[in-house]
Design a protein around this ligand. Structure first.
Ligand SMILES: *[C@@H]1O[C@H](CO)[C@@H](O)[C@H](O)[C@H]1NC(C)=O
Ligand SMILES: *[C@@H]1O[C@H](CO)[C@@H](O)[C@H](O)[C@H]1NC(C)=O
Ligand SMILES: *[C@@H]1O[C@H](CO)[C@@H](O)[C@H](O)[C@H]1NC(C)=O
Ligand SMILES: *[C@@H]1O[C@H](CO)[C@@H](O)[C@H](O)[C@H]1NC(C)=O
Length: 743
């Protein structure tokens, strides 16, 4: 405690006098103090001097640091000093006579800030302690020999972009080993030498703060260098630097942005729905989730023609076709507006315009209808117009269309004209083919590779060409005892037309309106009943009645026929039933029929002939026998076609030459008449003979060589030999060739 004022003085002195003069003055002042008359020492003892050693002092020879002295030392050599303790003899030595202490080595305060030693003063002669052994301390004085060092480095910090100014980012800390109690040796100050103006540092605490707005999209990482100095940064300060890496983290603060203001795309008109038209990409400078984009099409323009989807991996907007586009239609160019929107912030978006141009491709012709249904009357003459198909070239070039019929079972019945009209080329018959389904092709004249097909269903409409007729040839008997109102017979009708729901109507012929003997009731079920109107009929008085009736059908047009029923009166025997009349009826019929008359006449003639022959025979029997043989042979072989010139067995050729010629002539005539009658039949008036129909159609075709007024679309060739030949036909119609050439 008593040393305190001296201690302070030393401190003052130290800063001024450096380094050697210090010791001297120090001692002087101490002496001064001590020799002050005011300071009276009551007790004798050690004269302690505070002892200091500057650290890091280079030592070439022992340096005096102070002196110990006993009050009782008369400086006559009687007192002897002894030093012991830390470093005694190695670091510190003492002059035993004078008590002066020297330091021998360079010392480091940071290693050991003070040394504790002990001192003794003894009488050199007697060895008696002059003073009690005492402890004292040699302090090591600090010099600023340690630079500050950063701890806890390296420094890496993260701060979100756009953080408010003053946001704390990280604190850096440095330490200084110098004596914090001695001057400013350990008083540190921080500063930034690189990294301004975005960041600042608090001088004392080392807290780094945001100093201005930072934008990750501009710079996402800062390397700032922090300087720390001791001595409060004053002259002679030691310093250290540390690097701080500051990563700027993203916030979703940027809108997506399309790379282009407008995009031009194109699509071929034949593109199908779902095909990709193009791809757009908007950039969002944010990262990660903040950059996720959703694309959509704005609700205007041709928004309904396209759709857009987002590729979550590439963040692209993929535009696909939603509707079929057509170059030939008005719209060759579509406009849509596409929006790219931030997935998490709908206020962050961008718009772009996309122009889509439709590109023309050469397309096959297109029929105006998907399929055609046509009908034609069964009785249509060859060359009748059935219907028309139309195909158009969808391309703007609009090239000429050629039509053709794909060959099938029915194609030979029709021709097609340049304008797409379908004509009949053969007579049709519902009864054999109710439908003629054909395929029509359309080809572009310029590009025959582009072909379209269409189905044409042609229904042959049945013409009511058969009138109804009676189901049977009825043999009707009326018993004599029949009462008025009694049923005589039920009749029904039939029709050769293949109509599904035939309906027949029966009525009496108008002539019979006043018939008081019989009437006819239509049963409304395609039958009719004959009723007796009289009580009793007389076989002898009036054996046969005739009743004219009309049967009509429900066809279009309605056809009707008139039939006359023959009603025979019969006595009906004991049982009063018509069974017994039927057998008799046969005979009656026979005798009433022409056959009976013919046989009678024939028999009469035969008898007459026999008589004549008999008379002739008697006159020249030889001649008759020759003639008779000749006649017989001719009669028997007449239907034989013969073996030609080589067949000499059957005939005397010379004798028969005349006959052969005759026969040929006759056959030709027959064919002609057949043809004529068949021609009538082919118009629906007779049985169906397909072979003849074909033959006739050829004939007809020759007649109207061209149904369309230009070169025939089809050519049919075959030959016809006729029917009825026993040896059969030489050219088989089954194998006749059919050819069709489409122009
Ligand atoms: C075909 O039949 C219909 C109906 O019976 C008739 O009107 C038309 O004249 C007939 N056509 C020919 C060519 O015979
Ligand atoms: C033709 O087409 C019609 C209508 O589709 C069908 O009823 C008929 O069975 C077809 N005929 C043939 C022979 O294919
Ligand atoms: C009806 O019968 C009577 C008597 O047999 C006959 O005179 C008359 O001609 C008959 N009428 C007709 C329309 O047949
Ligand atoms: C097509 O041409 C034919 C003959 O040249 C004619 O009869 C027909 O009416 C025409 N069809 C159309 C639809 O013009």
């Amino acid at each position: 405690m008593k040393n305190l004022p001296i201690w302070l003085t030393v401190l003052l002195e130290l800063s001024l006098l450096w380094p050697c003069a210090l010791c001297m003055n120090f001692i002087k002042s101490v002496t001064l103090q001590y020799s002050s008359p005011n300071h009276t020492r009551v007790k004798r003892g050690w004269q302690w001097e505070p002892l200091y050693v500057l650290e890091e002092q280079p030592i070439t020879q022992p340096i005096y640091i102070g002196q110990l002295k006993s009050d009782s030392d008369k400086e006559d050599g009687s007192v002897r000093y002894i030093l012991s303790g830390e470093g005694a003899g190695t670091i510190f030595i003492m002059d035993g006579h004078t008590g002066r202490i020297f330091v021998l080595k360079k010392l480091d305060r940071e290693e050991k800030p003070f040394y504790t030693l002990r001192a003794q003063a003894i009488n050199s002669l007697t060895g008696v302690h002059v003073e009690t052994e005492s402890e004292f301390v040699i302090k090591i004085l600090d010099i600023n020999d340690n630079e500050p060092t950063f701890i806890n480095g390296p420094y890496i910090a993260e701060v979100p972009e756009m953080s408010p100014i003053g946001t704390s980012v990280i604190q850096v800390t440095a330490v200084d080993r110098d004596d914090p109690t001695n001057g400013n040796h350990a008083r540190l100050v921080y500063s930034i030498i690189q990294g301004q103006p975005q960041f600042s540092i608090e001088i004392k605490s080392g807290i780094i703060r945001v100093a201005s707005q930072i934008d990750r999209e501009t710079k996402d990482q800062y390397h700032i260098i922090v300087l720390v100095q001791d001595m409060i940064g004053n002259l002679g300060a030691l310093s250290a630097t540390a690097s701080v890496t500051i990563n700027v983290s993203d916030i979703n603060d940027n809108a997506p942005k399309f790379q282009l203001k407008t995009y031009d795309m194109s699509i071929i008109e034949s593109a199908s729905i779902g095909e990709i038209v193009g791809v757009v990409l908007a950039d969002d400078v944010d990262t990660g989730k903040n950059a996720e984009i959703v694309y959509s099409i704005e609700d205007r323009g041709d928004f309904d023609v396209f759709s857009i989807s987002t590729d979550n991996i590439t963040q692209e907007g993929i535009i696909t076709l939603k509707k079929v586009v057509d170059f030939e239609k008005r719209n060759r160019r579509y406009h849509i507006q596409v929006r790219a929107e931030n997935k998490y912030r709908s206020d962050l978006y961008d718009l772009t315009t996309i122009r889509v141009t439709v590109v023309d491709v050469d397309e096959p012709p297109v029929f105006l209808k998907k399929e055609y249904y046509m009908d034609v009357l069964e009785n249509a003459t060859v060359g009748s117009h059935v219907g028309s198909v139309t195909a158009k070239d969808p391309d703007s070039a609009s090239s000429i269309i050629r039509y053709g019929i794909v060959q099938n079972k029915y194609s030979r019945f029709f021709d097609i004209c340049k304008n797409g009209s379908i004509m009949t080329s053969q007579p049709l018959d519902t009864e054999t083919h109710p439908w003629h389904n054909i395929t029509i092709t359309a080809t572009e004249a310029q590009n025959p590779a582009l072909v379209s097909e269409v189905q044409v269903y042609i229904q042959v409409i049945d013409v009511n060409d058969h009138p109804p007729e009676l189901q049977n040839e009825y043999n009707i008997y009326v018993c004599e005892k029949t009462k008025a109102g009694q049923q005589v017979q039920t009749i029904s009708a039939m029709d050769k037309d293949p109509v599904f729901n035939h309906r027949f109507y029966f009525m009496l012929h108008p002539e019979e309106a006043s018939n008081e003997n019989f009437t006819l009731i239509d049963n409304s079920d395609n039958t009719a009943t004959i009723l007796a109107l009289r009580n009793g009929y007389s076989l002898s008085e009036n054996p046969v009645f005739y009743l004219s009736i009309i049967i009509s059908d429900n066809g279009v047009p309605s056809l009707s026929s008139t039939s006359t029923l023959t009603l025979q009166v019969c006595d009906c025997g004991m049982n009063n039933n018509v069974e017994s009349c039927i057998n008799r009826g046969f005979l009656w019929n026979f005798f009433n029929s022409g056959a009976f008359i013919a046989i009678s006449v024939f028999t009469t003639l035969l008898l007459a002939l026999a008589v004549i022959v008999h008379i002739k025979c008697k006159k020249s029997p030889i001649h008759f026998s020759e003639k008779g043989e000749d006649l017989k042979e001719n009669i028997v072989k007449y239907d034989d076609e013969g073996g030609g010139e080589e067949d000499t067995e059957a005939y005397d050729i010379t004798g028969l030459r005349h006959q052969t010629v005759m026969r040929e002539n006759k056959r030709k005539r027959n064919i002609r008449t057949d043809i004529q009658s068949m021609y009538r039949l082919s118009l629906g008036l007779g049985p169906d003979v397909a072979i003849f129909k074909e033959f006739l159609s050829e004939k007809l075709e020759e007649a109207n060589a061209d149904p369309c007024g230009f070169a025939p679309d089809s050519l049919h060739t075959y030959s016809y030999e006729g029917t009825g030949s026993i040896s059969g036909s030489l050219s088989s119609l089954e194998t006749s060739s059919w050819e069709m050439n489409v122009y």
